[in-house]
Design a protein around this ligand. Structure first.
Ligand SMILES: [Zn+2]
Length: 168
């Protein structure tokens, strides 16, 4: 998802440029089935968003807004991030690296912006700048992602220490 992206392994824009259409297909297939079943939980998420290992919850960082305005359009941030996390998860399960899966997920998000909101490239840049401005939980020393978050992105980013330890 999406994150104190200063230290992301790949800048979002670069990852998108490297994404192939075939990678996108790999990621999007499972989306329809899962989308409506997810419970949305607002909490500390150092990488801004994530999904639980059982795929029942989407975690969204409390620094984010539910809706943002880009080029006069009201963008559903929860839906955008849910698409991102599910796509990224599916792509990683399909064998892509985190960096490539993240790129596929961004491509899916941007496709939604273009098709559902008629947002152009300038709007996409504005949209990405919004997330770059939200670094709260990554920079926060005592902010941890939920213990049951899917750890793939954290493993790949050397951030396993930012996931809470299981309580039981
Ligand atoms: Zn991602």
């Amino acid at each position: 998802m999406k994150p104190a992206r200063k230290t992301d392994p790949k800048p979002r824009s670069v990852a998108v440029a490297n994404t192939r259409a075939s990678d996108l297909d790999k990621g999007i297939a499972p989306l329809d089935a899962k989308m409506d079943d997810l419970e949305v939980v607002w909490t500390h998420v150092p990488l801004l968003a994530g999904i639980s290992k059982d795929l029942k919850k989407v975690y969204i960082d409390t620094s984010l807004d539910k809706v943002i305005t880009v080029q006069g359009k009201q963008i559903d941030v929860v839906k955008q991030l849910t698409v991102h996390e599910l796509t990224e998860y599916a792509a990683m399960q399909g064998g892509l690296s985190y960096a490539d899966a993240h790129g596929v997920a961004l491509t899916a998000e941007h496709a939604l912006l273009k098709t559902q909101y008629a947002i152009d490239e300038n709007g996409i840049a504005e949209y990405e700048a919004y997330f770059l401005s939200k670094e709260h939980s990554k920079d926060c020393e005592n902010c941890f992602a939920p213990a049951d978050i899917y750890p793939g992105p954290y493993e790949a980013s050397g951030m396993m220490g930012k996931i809470a330890k299981p309580t039981s």
